[in-house]
Design a protein around this ligand. Structure first.
Ligand SMILES: NC(=O)c1ccc[n+]([C@@H]2O[C@H](COP(=O)([O-])OP(=O)(O)OC[C@H]3O[C@@H](n4cnc5c(N)ncnc54)[C@H](O)[C@@H]3O)[C@@H](O)[C@H]2O)c1
Ligand SMILES: [Zn+2]
Ligand SMILES: [Zn+2]
Length: 382
């Protein structure tokens, strides 16, 4: 047993003291895991746009000081009381939404919206005792979506941890802990395009391109990528996107352009931007009678979705998903296994455009804000 079990661990973490200000590498104290919690040593973490929104806190509730990060891979350091399914040394992916295994949602085949552990972006404490496990010089630091992976060690509820094959390369499969599973699942589990379908993808970041991969694996005949950033179009070709549209190049609303290109609309659309106008376009561009639109992007807290009810009456379906409807503990180990056995034609390397050391974590934010990166891996060890 490691000498740290039951002890406070002092380690480095990137603390966001204020909204929009560079993260500061601090020595933090990480308390031992309490009942039904595990403490993880994070080896690799990546930046997802959801971290950036809550760090900017322009359209979201400010909760500071906070340790962000939710896309990561690591190893269990120690476990709290009542944890039986994980042991020190297990390789794991923490996930921002959990699976208690007991509630109506966890027992339903259709839902991953666990009553106990579903995503909560405004809570900055552990659900067990309402306290934080992080502090700097005695001052508590808030958690983010129950994961806070921008720290060498973090404490997570056991229901938010997927135990994976220890042979899986953590520096690659860490991107399955949020963005890639989300996009892939949005296509395979939620939009479910039929072979030969025409699919529109709004937002060609890592999440949207993973959705494009899902559409390709489903046998889509045309995949139309829509993005405001033209530099995305070249890279998107590697992900099976066949046609490109930049809303800035058109005078008409993009849904009208898409309808004209597709004889009335696409069969499926998947929105991965976080922009409310793109969400509305993504819904209004699906064909009447059978079209299904899936929202994935995280909206601002005051956004409202406005469309004419006739768009719905005309037999279009609007759906949304967190984490691509995957149940983290049951499904993600299987996705990792399929990736390892190459049963799932998914090259995670294609999504990893940048890599930085933990000390350079602010660069990962710069790359994403400049629209340069898909995923930037942050290495915790030098
Ligand atoms: N539902 C979930 O479970 C879940 C999980 C992960 C991420 N997300 C969300 O998915 C979205 C994408 O995440 P990401 O990490 O791929 O981000 P990203 O920044 O890498 O990609 C977003 C892309 O959308 C484009 N875009 C922005 N506004 C647009 C508009 N109006 N029209 C067309 N394109 C537009 C940007 O240029 C960018 O290329 C974010 O909103 C993120 O918060 C949701
Ligand atoms: Zn994410
Ligand atoms: Zn549950």
């Amino acid at each position: 047993m490691s000498s740290t079990v039951g002890q406070v661990i002092r380690c480095r973490a990137a603390v966001a003291w204020e909204a929009g200000k560079p993260l500061v590498i601090e020595e933090v104290e990480v308390a031992p895991p309490q009942a039904m919690e595990v403490r993880l040593k994070i080896l690799y973490t990546a930046l997802c746009h959801t971290d950036v929104y809550f760090w900017e806190a322009k359209g979201q509730t400010p909760v500071f000081p906070r340790i962000f990060g939710h896309e990561a891979g690591g190893i269990v350091e120690s476990v709290g009381e009542g944890v039986t399914e994980l042991s020190p040394g297990d390789h794991v992916l923490p996930v921002f939404t959990g699976e208690c295994g007991e509630c109506r949602h966890c027992k339903s085949e259709e839902s991953n919206m666990c009553d106990l552990l579903r995503i909560n972006t405004d809570r900055g404490v552990m659900i067990g005792d309402g306290k934080s496990r992080f502090s700097v010089k005695g001052k508590p630091i808030y958690h983010f979506v129950g994961t806070s992976t921008f720290s060498e060690y973090t404490v997570v509820h056991v229901g938010c941890v997927a135990k994976i094959n220890p042979q899986a390369p953590l520096d690659k499969v860490c991107v399955l802990s949020c963005g890639i599973s989300t996009g892939l699942g949005a296509a395979l589990n939620v939009a479910k395009p039929k072979p030969g379908s025409v699919v529109a993808i709004f937002g060609l970041g890592a999440v949207g391109l993973a959705a494009a991969e899902g559409a390709r694996l489903s046998g889509a005949s045309r995949i139309i990528g829509i993005d405001l950033n033209p530099s995305r179009f070249e890279i998107a070709k590697k992900f099976g996107v066949t046609e490109f549209l930049n809303p800035k190049d058109h005078d008409k609303p993009i849904q009208e352009v898409i309808a004209a290109m597709t004889d009335g609309g696409v069969d499926r659309s998947i929105e991965c931007t976080g922009s409310i106008s793109a969400m509305i376009s993504a819904f209004e561009c699906v064909h009447d009678g059978w079209g299904v639109a899936v929202l994935v992007g995280v909206p601002n807290k005051d956004d409202a979705f406005k469309t004419h009810p006739m768009n719905v009456l005309n037999e279009r379906t609007l759906k949304g998903t967190f984490f691509g409807n995957y149940k983290p503990r049951s499904d993600i180990p299987v996705v990792v296994e399929k990736y390892m056995k190459k049963e799932l034609e998914l090259e995670l390397e294609k999504f990893i455009t940048h890599e930085v050391s933990f000390l350079e974590i602010n660069k990962a934010f710069e790359y994403m804000l400049a629209g340069e990166s898909l995923r930037c891996i942050i290495r915790m060890e030098p």
